[in-house]
Design a protein around this ligand. Structure first.
Ligand code: SAM
Length: 250
């Protein structure tokens, strides 16, 4: 078997990595993407392998793993640069921590890592696709590596994780207006899980941290918010401190 040339090249102070795949995700914009994988199990997507990596031999045996690590580039924000200190949203956006003490997207090297569920590996018309769920990635995110998730080493049940020890609580209930329900019904064949997807995303309260603390102090948020999932524009608002209404889906 011939040996492929390495995709990586090392210069004196930098490394060039090649993209091995691209993500197809329901998330068409950053707003409302969960902050970590696994929080929205109904979020389903694909990794399409590209170029030399688009070869079924690369993933032989991977189907025996239920979960995989995706290493990727924060391509949407990478040009905005980075700062040594960031404000993690989990701390309400008003406390600064070192960037390397957080999972901020604005990092010295804009590399992200997410564990996702591997649902299926498909190869048709010479295109290898990994079907995944629970992703926290924007559509078209470039993938630079994929590895199997190994529970005995990757999961450390007693690990200490400061402000991120617990999964964020689902704080809001989500209701759908009658017109929104009609659109969900019309779309059910192509998108059978769309209602769950929207409900799981919005239950996390994707609003900026300062808006959440205003609501905690019972200040009414009258803003109309929108999220883009697949080809849908979804409009929603708070109808009480603890309830969201999805009132329009286009
Ligand atoms: N699980 C990864 C990690 O820990 O490295 C990502 C965590 S980061 C806090 C998750 C956020 O990254 C999402 O909420 C979304 O706003 C953002 N994001 C996802 N894909 C992105 C991309 N391709 N470019 C820029 N930002 C992205």
């Amino acid at each position: 078997m011939s040996k492929e040339e390495s995709l990586i090249s090392l210069q004196t102070d930098s490394i060039n990595l090649n993209i091995i795949g691209n993500v197809c995700s329901p998330y068409k914009e950053k707003f409302a993407i969960p902050r970590q994988p696994g929080l929205v199990p109904s979020a389903k997507g694909k990794v399409k392998l590209v170029d030399e990596a688009n070869n079924i031999e690369l993933v032989r045996g991977l189907e025996q793993f239920s979960h995989i690590w995706l290493l990727f580039v924060f391509h949407e924000t990478m040009e905005q640069g980075w700062k040594p200190l960031v404000r993690p949203p989990r701390l309400g956006g008003n406390k600064k921590l070192g960037v390397l003490a957080t999972r901020s997207t604005f990092r010295p090297n804009p590399i992200g890592m997410s564990v996702v569920k591997l649902d299926e590996i498909e190869c048709s018309n010479k295109q290898v696709e990994l079907h995944i769920s629970g992703l926290d990635l924007l559509d078209q995110t470039p993938i630079v590596d994929i590895k199997p998730y190994i529970p005995y080493s990757d999961a450390i049940p007693n690990a200490q994780a400061s402000f991120a020890q617990e999964q964020p609580k689902k704080v809001l209930t989500v209701a759908f207006s009658t017109p929104a329900k009609i659109v969900l019904q019309q779309a059910i064949k192509a998108y059978p899980d769309l209602e769950n997807l929207i409900a799981q995303i919005l239950a996390q309260d994707p609003r900026p941290a300062y808006k959440q603390s205003l609501s905690n102090n019972l200040v009414i948020d009258e803003k109309i918010y929108g999220i883009r999932l697949y080809q849908f524009n979804i409009k929603w608002r708070l109808i009480s401190a603890s309830q969201i209404e999805v009132f329009e889906i286009n």
